[in-house]
Design a protein around this ligand. Structure first.
Ligand code: ADP
Length: 491
């Protein structure tokens, strides 16, 4: 099968969070299972060019229809760790991708509407006719719309489109200007509730809703989150749309790329280890302590890695730091805040705890350090408010770091409580789960982990080793995606 992935991220060259990991990992696995995969991405000025091999211009003059005229673009081609990628570079005064950031501009909706239009135009003009176009999140929600309303009539009638939602919280909104820009003319047609009109704001179109309405298949990134999206308020107003389109909506659990996330050969680790040589892990703990100037003592290290954001349960993360210190553990945090107020708050905490030999707060995005933290910690805390899939707990499991998670979304599908899980026998359990979104619940989960670490280290280590043996690679999820592609190809 010939598959084109269109997304705003691809790790490690463009990574703001899990979306980048998923786009890269899934593409690699699809290729290794015999399919042809190409990626189309924006050519951001600030992406990691050092991870692209052989970047060259592949399509010099791409004219993208935009408002009443055209925008001249060039398309570059290069390999990101073996995966062929096309990068779209617009030459206009809007400098859509020359902003020194991936997201967070006032005109993000226009930037990614443009990217979606340009990606389809590139396929059209370069005569690429994939069997399946797979697009991701709100940034590419208009692709299924434009495919079926415009490009179908220009020679792309046989292409099918699959739409994956990684996060319902960000849906992409706009007004008639977006429709004018993308040449989806007839605003009265698109501004109907069965098309793009937002379910709650009658003056706005909703990109993600468009993706759901027009795509041939829609999924989110774990079975439990698919259930939550249908039956709770976590789909941020799209529940009715999912109800109407329920026949094409599923949940497929994300995997991780064990070529990149594997303590046996991780390029960023000073010491390699596996489930059979678990005792080697503690050399990484030592290295982590040396690097972050933590005191060398017989204490467990708890970590948090992720965006400091309401979604991730920042208040509980904050409480976890002080609870861990109170219980005589050490805490390492690596995170970047998505809002100025949260950034300020954690900068203040960093200053306050600066001289504490049991705590380190690292603010910013640091891929290399994240690997050492996964390997060097004993536990990871993931107290998310909601979590479509969550990758940090899955990565931690592979590194023998016991996850303590809140039982929501994909965390439910990946972490099984040491004491209470009903569906798995004790030898298949791998972490600790709590449910309420409050300090007491967090303390119950984290407290049980500390108790086990303190009272029965052998069983704690056994739990970590059981976690390392889980297979959360892309092998099975990729097969589920292939089955989905096959289904829509024959529609
Ligand atoms: P998200 O909701 O942000 O997509 P996920 O758990 O799905 O969360 O994925 C997070 C990914 O981003 C993981 O690979 C994690 O290691 C990485 N990550 C998050 N924050 C940081 C950071 N500050 N530095 C390095 N890597 C990070």
């Amino acid at each position: 099968m010939y598959i084109v992935q269109i997304a705003s991220e691809c790790a490690p060259v463009i990574k703001a969070g899990g979306l980048g990991d998923v786009v890269y990992g899934l593409s690699r696995e699809l290729e290794s299972q015999g399919h042809c995969v190409e990626l189309i991405l924006p050519k951001y000025d600030c992406m990691r060019y050092d991870h692209i091999w052989g970047l060259h211009d592949a399509y010099r003059d791409l004219y993208v229809p935009w408002f009443d005229g055209w925008v001249h673009c060039s398309v570059y081609c290069g390999w990101v760790h073996g995966q062929v990628c096309f990068f779209i570079e617009p030459h206009s005064e809007d400098f859509y991708f020359d902003r020194g950031c991936y997201y967070g501009c006032n005109d993000d909706n226009m930037r990614f509407a443009f990217f979606s239009k340009a990606a389809l135009e590139f396929l059209l003009q370069s005569n690429k006719r994939p069997d399946v176009i797979h697009c991701h999140d709100w940034q590419t929600g208009l692709i299924p719309v434009m495919l079926y309303e415009i490009y179908k009539y220009h020679g792309m009638a046989n292409q099918r489109v699959c739409y994956t939602i990684h996060n319902f919280k960000h849906q992409g909104f706009g007004g008639t200007d977006i429709l004018e820009a993308t040449q989806l003319r007839r605003p009265e047609y698109y501004f109907s509730y069965d098309k793009l009109r937002d379910n709650f704001n009658p003056f706005s179109i909703n990109f993600m809703k468009g993706g759901i309405v027009y795509a041939n298949a829609v999924n989110t990134v774990s079975p439990h989150h698919a259930w939550e999206a249908r039956y709770t308020t976590i789909s941020y107003g799209l529940g009715h749309t999912l109800e109407v389109h329920q026949d094409k909506f599923t949940g497929i659990l994300n995997g991780i790329d064990y070529g990149f996330w594997n303590p046996e050969n991780d390029r960023y680790l000073p010491y390699h280890y596996s489930a059979d040589s678990f005792e080697q892990k503690h050399y990484n703990t030592k290295a982590l302590r040396e690097r972050l100037l933590l005191r060398e003592e017989n204490k467990p290290i708890v970590c948090f890695i992720g965006r400091l954001d309401d979604q991730k349960g920042v208040h509980l993360v904050h409480h976890a730091i002080y609870y861990a210190l109170e219980r005589g553990a050490q805490f390492v945090l690596l995170g970047s805040a998505t809002e100025a107020a949260i950034d300020q708050w954690f900068r203040h905490e960093k200053e306050f705890l600066n001289n504490n030999p049991d705590c380190h707060i690292e603010l910013g995005f640091n891929e290399e350090l994240s690997h050492l933290i996964y390997a060097g910690s004993d536990m990871i805390v993931v107290p998310s408010n909601f979590e479509p899939c969550g990758l940090t707990q899955v990565i931690a499991l592979k590194y023998g770091t016991v996850p303590i998670v809140r039982g929501v979304g994909g965390l439910v599908n990946t972490v099984f409580d040491h004491d209470y899980d009903q569906a798995h026998p004790p030898e298949e359990r791998n972490g600790f789960v709590f449910y309420e979104l409050d300090n007491i619940a967090l303390e119950s989960g984290l407290g049980r982990a500390f108790d086990l670490w303190g009272q029965n280290r052998k069983i704690f280590e056994q739990l970590a080793i059981q976690g390392m043996k889980y297979d959360y690679s892309w092998k099975n999820p990729a097969q589920e995606y292939i089955a989905m592609y096959d289904r829509i190809r024959h529609q």
